[in-house]
Design a protein around this ligand. Sequence first.
Ligand code: SF4
Length: 104
Amino acid sequence: MQQEAPAEGATGTGDPLEVWIDQDLCTGDGICAQYAPEVFELDIDGLAYVKSEDDELLQDPGATTRVPLPLLTEVVDSAKECPGDCIHVRRVSDKVEVYGPDAE
Ligand code: SF4
């Protein structure tokens, strides 16, 4: 059986990933919340924030949450499409950005 390995293929290590948003650059268009509403949500201030694994909106600027593996593609697509270039996806282990404006 052929297996897909999105995390390993995506990061090269299979490490868990986390995501955070730089609200200073968020345009509030809501693309991320459309792609991955389980991870991103617009708050009443019109800016996007990440949500915890318990579905709680983390309203501290720059708050970080784990990327659920089944939603990796949606989160990565959000980072790629984000007009503010302000979605950062990084490895939990060493905080190296793997998707987003600071990724190599
Ligand atoms: S896609 Fe980027 S700019 Fe648009 S709401 Fe989400 S974080 Fe903000």
